[in-house]
Design a protein around this ligand. Structure first.
Ligand SMILES: NC(=O)c1ccc[n+]([C@@H]2O[C@H](COP(=O)([O-])OP(=O)(O)OC[C@H]3O[C@@H](n4cnc5c(N)ncnc54)[C@H](O)[C@@H]3O)[C@@H](O)[C@H]2O)c1
Length: 364
């Protein structure tokens, strides 16, 4: 295939299955090699998915590989991404972009210095749920958006994740783990953020894993686990947000937006499909038919490959992910300083997907 790109994967843990599997649905990607600091994890993935397991150094030294998907744990994202750029390859990392403003800026600077592309998850905003919502909002379905709510509440991943410690370490917590889905969807729908005011806390100093592989593991909690606050967008829209690993049960919606003439229910942004509901004034909700294919994880990498080949901007961009990181980190900063935190970065929302595309297709 003319536009096929040979790629490597660094980090062969739980989420790597989605990328190895996703790559099989497209001609845009050929996974040549995979690597992990746990050599046995790389070998298992290579055996399962039919590529070669190599060391991280050997993967970076392979000149046939043009792009690396970085699926390491959050604390390693920037270090690994910078090493990939220094090896002369493009990099697409899982979320979050980094775990601090400083590390995020280092990666932006390295991208500018090398002229290589940096992409970052989430790519769930390519899904039918958020794209259909975006179309409805852009077409004036709710009038000018005035306010919104965004809630991701649960009791954390230690009941199911095979290696949950990183969720409670620096770079974890509900905001840096799940916030990328919510804040990226909101920026996609409402544009860039102006400022944040928040209060953040944690309920437990320690968590006990109950997943099969790490049952009984005691995990120190080094992040806030309940973050509540308000985001003011440059447009003037104000969104109330709760991100929590401290709540057992609730009836809160994922994302709703309230406009001058109506309201919209946006489905779970940690998914690709999900129904969209619109209401005019006080009318009953009615479902908005999806105007886009569902898509699935890896679509952001495919978009980046096509964008590199044709010279257009890629949608899951470093600028978007850095802006989202700054907003997320502003919650703890606001809480600690008891002030509104002004967001310094700015970003244009990514271009909406064109209508009429097939699943796994993005235009050139
Ligand atoms: N598990 C999920 O459902 C899920 C969903 C979406 C996104 N993510 C994101 O994907 C990333 C990985 O999550 P996961 O659940 O697969 O974690 P995981 O712990 O299962 O896998 C991470 C892998 O990276 C390897 N690794 C860590 N540091 C490395 C380094 N410096 N060099 C090479 N390999 C390194 C580890 O050995 C491990 O195999 C995280 O950023 C997470 O937020 C996970």
């Amino acid at each position: 295939m003319q536009d096929q790109m040979t790629i490597g994967i660094i980090g062969c843990g739980a989420i790597s299955r989605a990328y190895f599997g996703g790559a099989q649905n497209t001609n845009a990607l050929r996974i040549k090699s995979c690597a992990d600091i746990r050599a046995e994890a790389a070998q298992e993935a290579a055996d399962t998915w039919g590529c070669q397991a190599v060391s991280v150094d050997d993967l970076l030294a392979d000149n046939e590989i043009e792009l690396v998907i970085n699926l390491t744990v959050p604390k390693a994202h920037v270090e690994v991404a910078i090493a990939v750029l220094e090896s002369g390859k493009h990099v697409y990392s899982e979320k979050p972009f980094g775990v601090s403003i400083e590390s995020g800026r280092q990666l932006l600077a390295k991208a500018a210095e090398t002229g290589l592309r940096v992409g970052n998850a989430p790519d769930t905003f390519f899904g039918a749920g958020v794209q259909t919502s975006r179309k409805a909002v852009d077409e004036g379905g709710i009038g000018k958006p005035i306010a919104g709510t965004a809630f991701m509440c649960g009791h954390g991943p230690e009941s199911w994740h095979p290696n949950p410690a990183f969720y409670y370490d620096i770079g974890g917590g509900p905001m840096l783990d799940m916030g990328p889905y919510y804040v990226t969807a909101l920026v996609n729908l409402l544009g860039p953020v102006k400022r944040v005011a928040a209060m953040t806390t944690k309920a437990f100093e320690e968590r006990v894993a109950t997943s099969e592989t790490t049952h009984g593991l005691r995990i120190p909690v080094n992040t806030t686990t309940h973050l509540t606050g308000a985001i003011e967008f440059v447009s003037g829209t104000v969104v109330t947000m709760i991100m929590s690993f401290d709540m057992w049960r609730h009836n809160l919606p994922c994302i709703e937006l309230y406009g001058e003439t109506g309201s919209i229910q946006v489905p779970d942004p940690n998914g690709f499909a999900g129904p969209v509901f619109l209401s005019k004034n006080r009318e009953e909700w009615s479902e908005v038919p999806h105007a886009f294919p569902a898509n699935a994880r890896t679509i952001g990498v495919i978009d980046m490959v096509r964008a590199i080949r044709s010279g257009r901007p890629h949608r899951a961009s470093d600028a978007l992910a850095y802006h989202v990181l700054e907003v997320m980190l502003a919650f703890d900063k606001s809480s600690e300083s008891a002030t509104h935190v002004e967001i310094q970065s700015n970003v244009e929302p990514p271009a909406p997907l064109p209508l009429g595309l097939d699943e796994w297709a993005v235009e050139d």
